[in-house]
Write a protein that binds this ligand. Structure first.
Ligand code: ZN
Length: 83
């Protein structure tokens, strides 16, 4: 009986150790995602201050979601998304 209990304790501790490790590895990823989302929502047109972050994000999107944006949809000013 004690053998089973200690075996269960080992399994549970291994489980929690693994979960803790997963949280530690996912945290920088979440921070990166938060930064990326902040960038998406706070990218502004330098001329009219329109929110062009989502359009810039779409130029980075894979496959058929990809669009090419070279002009501001609000004021038509030409820009490249490195700015
Ligand atoms: Zn603009």
């Amino acid at each position: 009986m004690f053998g089973i209990a200690s075996w269960l304790a080992i399994i549970v501790s291994l489980f929690f150790a693994r979960e803790g490790l997963r949280i530690l590895t996912i945290f920088p990823f979440l921070a990166f995602m938060a930064a990326a989302l902040a960038q998406i929502f706070f990218v502004r047109c330098p001329r009219c201050n329109g929110n062009v972050g989502l359009l810039v994000a779409q130029t980075l999107a894979p496959g058929r979601f990809k669009t090419h944006v070279s002009n501001c949809p609000y004021c038509g000013v030409s820009f490249d998304h490195t700015a």
